[in-house]
Design a binder for this molecule. Structure first.
Ligand code: GLY
Length: 357
């Protein structure tokens, strides 16, 4: 488990980084970023005191984008560590979105059989999802996250000021995972997430609700770190969501992961209501909020076979059955639910009807 440390302001950020790095030899601190986080977030670290705090830090910068989360970038990180004398007692600071925390975590997990790493997520999505929970890895052979390891960060520093340069679309991607955490936790937390406005997400007052959202995942991961049972509930919305994501990619009109998950939540909450009695009023409040924030993905019933085919390829399935994590109420999760194709199609019918297609 990684401790999650909320950071209020730049002074506290510098103080905490100073405390963390003082446990490592001065020339043994490495910082991984990408071209986006170098431009927008590294200056926040370096302003003022940090240059004197971390004088010998080696910066490793990757090009931005998930297509760079591969073996070449991994080799570059290993090579930079190796050529600059990194040891088992080195530290890697991962400053970036999920691509950086995933690949940086994996590089650290494997270099000299494992060095420490600290995540500084710079997107809301990475903060609530990738940066915590110990999943690290790279894309390989055309497949996402094909090679990786479970290895928790030594600490996750949460500094919402990093999100100030994100646009609403990026914030919405993180918001989708927060909605999922709300559904998996308590009515109170679900309500506070529903009421949240995207621009609030970079404000200091947002920190409490963000920490509660992160804690939902942390509590689940603590009970099942390697996803043998309970952690599968974090896939709520993702069985249909991944199908939407890869189908839209094939149509050459790719939609962001968070949007696909939000639309997937509509279908999976429909299934939850239809099969497990999820309350109708809570269903409606959630789906209207999703429509308001995310709009709609256009498709038609002609696309059902392609979408269902994609659900069959979901990693969580066992055998030929499509498996879901569903809810009988907020926080009442049922994993490994096998659903017949005609019922899945019914949820897609509901989606199209609700969106007015
Ligand atoms: N993103 C889901 C998980 O970390 O298990």
């Amino acid at each position: 488990m990684s401790p999650i440390t909320p950071i209020r302001d730049q002074e506290q950020l510098h103080a905490r980084l100073n405390e963390i790095t003082s446990a490592y030899p001065q020339d043994q601190v490495f910082l991984l970023c990408d071209s986006n986080s170098r431009q927008h977030c590294l200056p926040l670290l370096r302003q003022g005191k940090l240059e004197t705090l971390l004088p010998d830090t080696h910066i490793i910068c990757l090009p931005a984008g998930d297509q760079h989360k591969g073996i070449d970038s991994l080799a570059l990180i290993w090579q930079t560590l190796s050529q600059n004398g990194a040891t088992r007692h080195s530290l890697l600071l991962n400053l970036g979105g999920g691509m950086i925390t995933d690949i940086g975590g994996f590089a650290a997990a494997t270099f000299k059989r494992g060095i420490d790493f600290v995540n500084l997520p710079t997107t809301l999505l990475a903060c609530v999802d990738a940066a915590q929970g110990g999943k690290t890895g790279i894309n390989f052979n055309g497949l996402k996250n094909e090679v990786g390891a479970f290895c928790p960060a030594r600490e996750v520093l949460v500094y919402p000021a990093f999100f100030q340069t994100l646009d609403n679309k990026d914030l919405a991607c993180g918001y989708a995972e927060m909605l999922k955490h709300g559904l998996l936790s308590t009515p109170q937390h679900w309500q506070e997430v529903l009421r949240l406005e995207l621009p609030d997400c970079c404000q200091a007052a947002f920190s409490d609700i963000l920490m509660r959202s992160m804690q939902v995942k942390a509590d689940i991961v603590a009970q099942d770190p390697t996803e043998n049972h309970l952690r599968k509930c974090l896939n709520l919305g993702h069985t249909v969501g991944h199908a939407f994501e890869s189908w839209s990619y094939e149509q050459q009109q790719p939609v962001p992961h968070g949007y696909a998950v939000a639309w997937g939540l509509i279908c999976e909450l429909y299934l939850s209501m239809r099969l497990l009695g999820f309350p109708k009023d809570r269903f409606q409040q959630t789906i209207y909020r999703i429509k308001e924030v995310f709009g709609a993905l256009p498709f038609s019933c002609k696309n059902y076979p392609a979408l269902i085919e994609k659900m069959h390829h979901d990693k969580k399935n066992t055998g030929a059955q499509i498996q879901f994590a569903l809810l009988s109420d907020i926080g009442q999760v049922h994993i490994d639910q096998t659903i017949e194709e005609k019922t899945i199609e019914e949820s897609l019918d509901f989606y199209l009807d609700f969106m007015g297609y």
